[in-house]
Design a protein around this ligand. Structure first.
Ligand code: ASP
Length: 264
């Protein structure tokens, strides 16, 4: 693996609030970008900035993650989150309950031997690292899916992709979408970080995030590659991506409305 960490790079950040969400949910995404950007400006790492941004969106009841996560068909709230870094680390949790900010649990797995934990095991790992159990209400909105995500590059050139979701509305307990699955819901290498949103089963089948990264590695333009990624889906399958390469600004694109914002 190439290692560009340690070189001087220009910081940048891009965040999204989920394919299918409209402009009314833009303020939460703008606040997330602002918080992450402030961390980057004060010399913070891409990981710190990505986590801070995702926590803000998890705490926003208008967005489908953390506090605003969609309720499952059995009435439970089970959340997924994942983090991947350009220096080869990955951590994900799926179907975790009683956890306000799942992204912080996923991030703690970056340094562990195990990189994905589900359900009870994920919650017990959170207990072991001092993340308190909390009753998280979730959103009773009858429709809507979506996810929140951030991709961040810091001045060392480290890129981090982070995603968090309540999944698609009324999915069965135990259902796992694309978000915690490496290569599907997110990917990060030394050239590019990508986070996906949309119908998780379809994104998983296409392994979209790693396929987008492969095209970036072949030298294609990032915006063009995102268009290519969207065009892999029929128009009735909701999908969106954000991406940030090793230089330049981040982009977002979806086949629905999708609040996204970038700085850099
Ligand atoms: N991709 C998420 C999932 O399937 C939901 C979404 O982003 O719309 O769990």
């Amino acid at each position: 693996m190439m290692d560009n960490v340690g070189t001087i790079s220009s910081p940048a950040i891009v965040c999204h609030g989920g394919a299918g969400h409209s402009a009314k949910d833009q303020p939460g995404v703008d606040a997330a970008v602002e918080a992450g950007w402030n961390i980057l400006q004060s010399g913070g790492t891409a990981l710190d900035a990505a986590l801070a941004s995702v926590v803000i969106m998890e705490d926003d009841p208008a967005l489908n993650a953390g506090t605003g996560g969609r309720i499952r068909s059995d009435g439970s709230l089970q959340l997924d989150a994942a983090v991947m870094t350009s220096n080869g680390q990955y951590g994900a949790i799926t179907c975790i309950q009683q956890t306000k900010n799942p992204i912080l649990v996923a991030a703690k797995l970056l340094d562990e031997k195990v990189n994905i934990l589900a359900g009870r095991g994920a919650r017990e790992f959170a207990d072991s690292i001092g993340i308190d159990r909390e009753d998280v209400e979730g959103s009773l909105k009858p429709t809507g899916n979506d996810t929140v995500g951030a991709v961040v590059r810091d001045e060392t050139g480290l890129i981090v992709a982070a995603s968090s979701t309540g999944g698609c509305t009324a999915m069965p307990a135990g259902r796992i979408g694309d978000v915690p699955l490496i290569g599907a819901g997110l990917w990060c290498d030394e050239r590019v970080g990508i986070a996906a949103t949309g119908i998780g089963e379809q994104i998983t089948l296409k392994m979209s995030s790693v396929r987008i990264a492969d095209r970036v590695a072949e030298g294609h333009d990032l915006e063009e590659v995102l268009k290519w990624g969207i065009n892999q889906y029929p128009s009735d399958v909701e999908v969106g991506f954000i991406a940030l390469a090793s230089e330049g600004v981040g982009f977002g694109l979806a086949n629905t409305k999708m609040p996204w914002a970038s700085k850099g």
